[in-house]
Write a protein that binds this ligand. Structure first.
Ligand code: F6R
Length: 607
């Protein structure tokens, strides 16, 4: 994971690096640091913890250098201490790194044999030493970097500067993303375009295996085979992406409340309300002839994929397998050539999802990506992008990206169903009309926030919480539990309601709250029976249902949260809202770091 930035500029860079790092904190916040060439000498300032700790330290320094690199870290090798914070320095070399060097212990042993003892536990410092050794043996910075890159296994993006080289910065990528920014008489490197947005909107995306040599006057790229290549300069809109809390206490709250809007924007991409039709981009395969679809993703995006499976199987009669990307990538699943795979990712940079995508392509499949960041690696490597219009999601716990993923998957399922003749044009129009109600219904659901906040305070006193759902609401139970545990640090588990009596019911006693997600649909009575089973064993029930469900069975629950009645097809987008609010308000009550929960990062670019 981690975010990296480098600026080869005309004005002092230290605070400009910080400005970029603020935009990269979503990639990790275990420590941060910068290194600059101050009067020709390498000078480094680092701090464990959040970026604000680095800012405090920098306030005590007077740095005037116009060349520097910066880093915000999500710890992989070595704990989140200052000693392990980047940049790492060895002799004349300072380096920042995003990724994992897999053969690091072998290389470290070699260094020790050569009399070099690393100061930190990181894989990155090893790379700095190897490059420095090449320099001491007479190599130029370019030669040194190229030689060392040959020896590295794993994933990386680097930005490197050298003592004695005021007009040179070297970048390299394999696996992890890296972009070059073009300013007026200055050049930059960044993990993404958003990091460079304060300074430029002209970006060159490096391809896997590329190495780039920057000077203030220009740049030169060598590809994987070390041939000179020209990569295009693109204009990005990243600069216009406003990243503020808009008056909310946390990004997560803002993002939860943005859902009526962003769901509307996403629907506008895929639904033709005037005609009552779905319109998706042309697909690279014949949807009518498909015999199955593979969906891969991680975390919340995986749960969106599980909801998509219910829609695609029920509506389009298309068999769907949904897999966790980290499992799928090594499972050697047989996939038919010419078939279709779908990957889902908010960031578009999740390492396991990207690897799954590449595996599918290697098997001759076409890949459709449901992705929120159109400039991301996953977007660029897919055959077709189905973009979610959620806008930048900053809170580490995914909320609006999830509901927008659901909107896209619902539209996709309707399109596939029509292409396969599984639904009539009239049914398509009915479903589109139902989806059209979503922004209004989400607003109505959000109106119950105060009540949900009170229930959340009750849940925040528990040690463990069970979430139950059936059918299409089962993935929501999983998502509700994930959201709760990641920001409140309270153990929560999602279960298929019918599976309870096969084991987990043994956990139930009066201390275990059970959140039951049960709209009044065709499975409602079955879920209510499961609810009775846990109630009989003393569990306190929080029932999330619609008015009809509440009037029939609300009395059995300790608390009932009502969601507006809706066509069952769209219920997942609505029931996502109370589970997000429950997690959010429990975390606020407990005083945890809601937007940046411990041990997590927004974009998981390592496997
Ligand atoms: C949970 C959460 C994560 C992400 C997962 C995939 O709230 O945000 O589980 O959903 O890391 O990330 P993307 O969608 O960026 O591939």
């Amino acid at each position: 994971m981690c975010g990296i930035v480098g600026i080869l500029g005309r004005e002092p860079v230290a605070m400009r690096l910080v400005e970029s790092l603020k935009r990269l904190e979503y990639r990790g916040y275990d420590s941060a640091g910068v290194a600059v060439l101050e009067h020709g000498r390498l000078k480094r300032v680092r701090a464990a913890g959040k970026l604000r700790n680095l800012v405090e330290r920098l306030a005590r320094e007077e740095l005037t250098s116009t060349i520097g690199i910066g880093h915000t870290r999500w710890a992989t090798h070595g704990g989140p201490s200052e000693a392990n914070a980047h940049p790492h320095i060895a002799g004349r070399v300072a380096i920042v790194h995003n990724g994992i060097i897999e053969n690091f212990s072998e290389l470290r042993d070699e260094l020790r044999r050569r009399g070099v003892e690393p100061e930190s536990d990181t894989d990155t410092e090893i790379v700095a030493h190897l490059i420095n050794l090449e320099l001491t043996e007479g190599g130029t910075p370019k030669e040194a970097v190229l030689n060392v890159l040959e020896r590295l296994h794993g994933a990386f993006a680097f930005a490197i500067i050298f003592e004695g080289e005021e007009n040179l910065m070297i970048g390299a990528r394999r696996g992890s993303p890296l972009a070059v920014g073009h300013g007026e008489g200055e050049m930059m490197l960044g993990s993404d375009a958003i990091a460079l947005a304060p300074f430029t909107s002209r970006i060159t995306y490096l391809e896997d295996g590329d190495v780039v040599f920057l000077t203030r006057e220009g740049f030169e790229i060598l590809d994987e085979e070390r041939r000179h290549v020209i990569r295009p300069i693109q204009f990005t809109q990243a600069a216009s992406l406003l990243v503020d809390k808009g008056g909310y206490r946390h990004f997560m709250a803002k993002e939860i409340h943005e859902q009526p809007d962003v769901i509307g924007h996403t629907m506008a991409e895929y639904l033709d309300f005037a005609e009552g039709r779905v319109r998706i981009p042309d697909m690279p395969v014949d949807l009518a002839a498909l015999d199955r679809l593979t969906i891969t993703a991680c975390g919340t995006a995986f749960y969106a994929g599980l909801v998509g499976k219910y829609w695609l199987e029920q509506l389009a009669r298309l068999p769907v397998e949904v897999d966790i990307a980290s499992e799928f990538r090594y499972r050697e699943a047989p996939l038919s050539e010419g078939g279709l795979s779908l990957v889902i990712s908010q960031s578009g940079e999740t390492a396991d999802t990207l690897a799954a995508l590449r595996y599918c392509k290697s098997m001759g499949q076409k890949v459709v990506a449901v992705v929120n960041v159109p400039e991301s690696t996953i977007a660029r490597e897919s055959d077709v992008i189905l973009r979610t219009m959620a806008g930048p999601e900053i809170g580490v716990a995914s909320t609006k990206a999830f509901t927008c993923q659901l909107v896209v998957l619902a539209a996709f399922a309707i399109a596939v169903a029509r292409a396969r003749g599984a639904i009539s044009a009239e049914r398509e129009t009915e479903l589109v009309r139902a989806m059209q109600q979503l922004p209004r219904l989400v607003v109505k659901t959000l109106e119950h926030e105060n009540q949900v906040a009170e229930v959340a305070q009750e849940l925040a006193r528990a040690q463990d919480i069970l979430y139950l759902g059936r059918g299409i609401n089962f993935p929501l139970a999983l998502e509700g539990a994930l959201k709760f545990k990641e920001i409140s640090y309270i153990h929560a588990e999602g279960y298929a309601a019918g599976e309870l009596k096969h084991g987990p019911i043994a956990l139930i006693d009066e201390h275990m709250p059970v959140v039951v997600i049960a709209p009044r649909d065709r499975l409602f009575d079955k879920t209510v029976s499961n609810m009775e089973e846990v109630r009989a064993r003393g569990a306190r029930i929080v029932l999330i249902t619609d008015e009809e469900g509440a009037s029939e069975h609300g009395a059995k629950a300790f608390e009932t949260i009502t969601v507006p009645a809706a066509e069952p097809f769209i219920s997942p987008m609505l029931y996502a809202i109370p589970v997000q609010l429950l997690a959010y308000h429990a975390a606020v009550f407990l005083g945890t770091d809601v937007d940046q929960p411990r041990n997590l990062a927004k974009s998981v670019t390592v496997e």
